[in-house]
Design a protein around this ligand. Structure first.
Ligand SMILES: [Mg+2]
Length: 229
């Protein structure tokens, strides 16, 4: 049987969102490299890549064509600060999602497609005890594209390199918790499994017409049965 590739979002799918205490990594990085004051609260950041978040925060302050080198350094800092934060404060798992990934991995491939920079993404995966499930690390991360849907092609190329399998788009699934994950999958012509375990409601997700939609990861065997049917 043809193998499928399941690409997991992290925030709202594998890890609970809402940092305590809150830390505005983007603001700190922008302050250091662009020397201006910004705030994450100036924009709606849910479902966006770290690169898109920085670009939008800068645009709010009138910087519409940011210096690439400063942007790259800012992203590096967001990755580092994010990883340090997770080291210190940990990450909270969303019940069942790690088990869902492990179950899918039995006969298929799993990877990550996240707006988080790779360093902070992997710090979360490690803290959640999911490093083995997601090894080898396949996927695409928040410093690699501004537009979320551009991450799909990057993740598929990475998957091909690491598994020697050329996945058809019809065999690639995104598991996400926001309408932006659904849009991302549709734009990239891959499938999407929406799960309402993040900040956006089931009803909001339902309107976007995913291939599959679930309220949570509480009934993994039913999920597996439906998705792999
Ligand atoms: Mg998410």
């Amino acid at each position: 049987m043809k193998k499928k590739l399941f690409l997991f979002d992290i925030d709202g799918v594998l890890a609970k969102v809402g940092l305590k205490p809150p830390l505005d990594y983007w603001k700190i990085a922008i302050q250091k490299h662009f020397e201006i004051e910004t705030s994450i609260s100036d924009i709606y950041n849910v479902g966006k890549t770290d690169k898109a978040i920085l670009v939008e925060m800068l645009a709010v302050k009138g910087i519409t064509n940011p210096n690439e080198e400063k942007l790259r350094k800012s992203l590096e800092d967001v990755g580092k600060l994010g990883a340090q934060y997770i080291e210190q404060h940990g990450a909270t798992a969303i019940a069942g999602s790690g088990e869902f990934a492990a179950a899918l991995k039995n006969n298929n491939y799993v990877g990550l497609l996240t707006g988080n920079c790779q360093e902070r993404a992997l710090a979360k995966i490690k803290k959640l005890g999911l490093l083995e499930t997601f090894s080898p690390v396949i996927g695409a991360f928040g410093e690699e594209a501004e537009k979320r849907s551009d991450l799909v092609e990057i993740a598929m190329t990475d998957a091909e390199k690491k598994t020697s399998i050329v996945f058809a788009k019809s065999d690639v699934y995104i598991i996400g918790d926001t309408v932006r994950d659904v849009w991302c999958a549709k734009e990239a012509c891959v499938k999407v499994i929406a799960v309402a375990t993040g900040p956006e409601s089931f009803e909001a997700l339902e309107k976007e017409k995913s291939d599959f939609i679930f309220r949570d990861f509480n009934d993994i065997s039913t999920m597996i049965e439906k998705v792999l049917k």
